[in-house]
Design a binder for this molecule. Structure first.
Ligand code: BG6
Length: 504
């Protein structure tokens, strides 16, 4: 539908930004925190820095919250570190860990900012891994539930929005990159056991939240990359659907319907995969009713019928040099490809605001649950300019396009209650240290030179602040062309020309 006016964001819409403990806090061995598996994983990503200091948010959190307030935030999505709260297998709660999160939450609440808390964002404590062999052991379910209950008990009076596990789908799809496959010998099959255990952990968190947090709401956080068919060739359409199934839909269906879909069961059968699903498991999963979806959506991809003669696993662009991304080709399932209608970041991520509208409509059509955006963002190589500033017009353009499309989805009838892009300050990327920055606020440190961690507002900070303060009215330019998607396709054909591709 082409809407006649700019979108109207609902009163009380939650405007903020997003982070994760292991990527922003630093202080990994301070005040009783113990090491987590992702800390060790980050040490393997040379030449990039690890997460031992990150953005030093642990020591700058009051200044960071003051900046959020200055920007006009009404929400902040962050995660808690399991190994800061429960540093050892004796299950003793670390009072200094509780104090840190209490102080952060109090600071936010005093600033009028609603906390949205992720319980688990890739950071399993090393003691869980050492004692149980990580995600592969069902004993983790009790440990995770215990940890969640400690969080609900200590923070549930002030935190009403909870997120169970960040991007479970991506952890299964990219197990090696995110350290989840550690200790596995047959990842192709083992990942489905791990996935099932994660589903049980998620379910325990949902049930405990509803039991312990008065007025508490909880949801999962899928990482959603919408897949467009490369052409109207029927085989491309089915391949795009296969890709959506195997990278995200399988997970969302289980969260909502409490059962594994016919698609995934058939996939297991045909690939000789037999996840360890025990009596009572599916009843538990089904009983855990989620309240909303937290959606992470940065980019789209293009799906097409695969070439059955070879296998190509995805090859991530690891250094931010355009063109290094290697697209998946999975015989019998799908292949992915570059979308020539849109530009890319230096890491070859498609820049495509329309994918946000697509994602929200797709999720709404399938599940009819409210949504909050918990991640979207533009990763870039950046440093302070000679004028001591960061002029990140590319990030403003990206955010404008994505947020406007959230608004268009709202106008299309989708229920969305907040937008929290990645990230507020610069923070450690999953694989590129400080070389890939997402923040609205620059943190003065680099991979090889720690500098002084001083905060500098980027141009995107001021642009976003004006938008927030007007509740989504001040875009900084005339948006009528942005509503018109045929006009947008003219813009796309300019891009196509630039790329030198005339026929598609
Ligand atoms: C999301 C993750 O998938 O993508 C974040 O939840 C991550 O933890 C973000 O940082 C961006 O990815 P990257 O690899 O650029 O840091």
């Amino acid at each position: 539908m082409r809407h006649k006016k700019d979108p109207v964001f609902p009163e009380g819409f939650l405007w903020g930004a997003s982070s994760a403990a292991w990527q922003v806090e630093g202080a990994t061995l301070e005040d009783g925190r113990s090491q987590s598996v992702i800390d060790l994983n980050s040490q393997t990503k040379k030449p990039f820095t690890d997460n031992s200091v990150a953005s030093d948010h642990y020591h700058h959190f009051r200044e960071d919250v003051a900046l959020m307030k200055e920007c006009g935030f009404t929400s902040y999505r962050f995660s808690m570190s399991w190994s800061r709260i429960i540093p050892d297998s004796d299950r003793k709660v670390n009072p200094l860990g509780i104090k840190f999160y209490n102080d952060l939450i109090d600071e936010l609440v005093a600033a009028g900012i609603t906390p949205i808390v992720t319980l688990y964002h890739y950071d399993m404590p090393c003691w869980v891994d050492e004692k149980y062999g990580g995600w592969h052991n069902r004993a983790i379910i009790d440990e995770y539930e215990y940890y969640c209950r400690v969080c609900f008990e200590n923070f549930g009076d002030r935190v009403k929005y909870w997120l169970s596990i960040n991007e479970q789908n991506m952890q299964i799809c990219y197990g090696d990159w995110l350290g989840v496959s550690k200790g596995c010998t047959d990842w192709f099959r083992d990942k489905w056991d791990i996935n099932h255990i994660m589903n049980l952990c998620h379910a325990k968190a949902v049930l405990a939240c509803h039991e312990m947090v008065e007025g508490g709401k909880i949801g999962p956080v899928p990482g959603y990359v919408p897949i467009y068919p490369k052409s109207c060739r029927p085989e491309d359409q089915i391949a795009a659907m296969n890709a959506e199934e195997l990278t995200e839909k399988i997970w969302n269906d289980t969260y909502v319907f409490g059962e594994y879909s016919g698609f995934v069961k058939k996939y297991w059968e045909e690939n000789d995969i037999h996840p360890d699903i025990r009596p009572g498991d599916m009843e538990l999963i089904k009983s855990a009713k989620i309240d909303f979806f937290a959606v992470n959506c940065y980019r789209s991809d293009v799906g097409m019928a695969p070439d059955d003669s070879y296998v190509q696993e995805i090859g991530l662009n690891k250094y931010g040099r355009k063109g290094e991304f290697v697209y998946t080709n999975l015989p019998g399932e799908y292949a992915l490809d570059r979308n020539p209608y849109v530009e890319t970041t230096d890491w070859d991520w498609h820049i495509d605001g329309t994918c946000m509208r697509y994602a929200l409509r797709y999720m709404w059509d399938h599940y009819h649950l409210p949504m909050v955006i918990t991640e979207a963002g533009f990763g870039a190589h950046e440093d302070l300019g000679e004028d001591g500033k960061i002029h990140d017009q590319y990030r403003i353009d990206y955010l404008r396009d994505y947020i406007y499309n959230v608004g268009l989805a709202i106008e299309d009838g989708v229920e969305v209650f907040g937008f929290n892009p990645w990230s507020f300050t610069d923070l450690l990327s999953t694989g590129n240290g400080m070389a890939k920055r997402y923040g609205l606020v620059f943190v003065n440190t680099t991979d090889d030179d720690p500098r002084d961690y001083k905060r500098y507002k980027k141009d995107s900070f001021d642009w976003y602040s004006a938008l927030i303060r007007s509740n989504g009215k001040e875009w900084g330019c005339d948006m009528s062309d942005w509503r018109n998607y045929t006009k947008r396709s003219e813009i796309a054909s300019d891009i196509r020309e630039k790329l030198g591709k005339s026929e598609l």
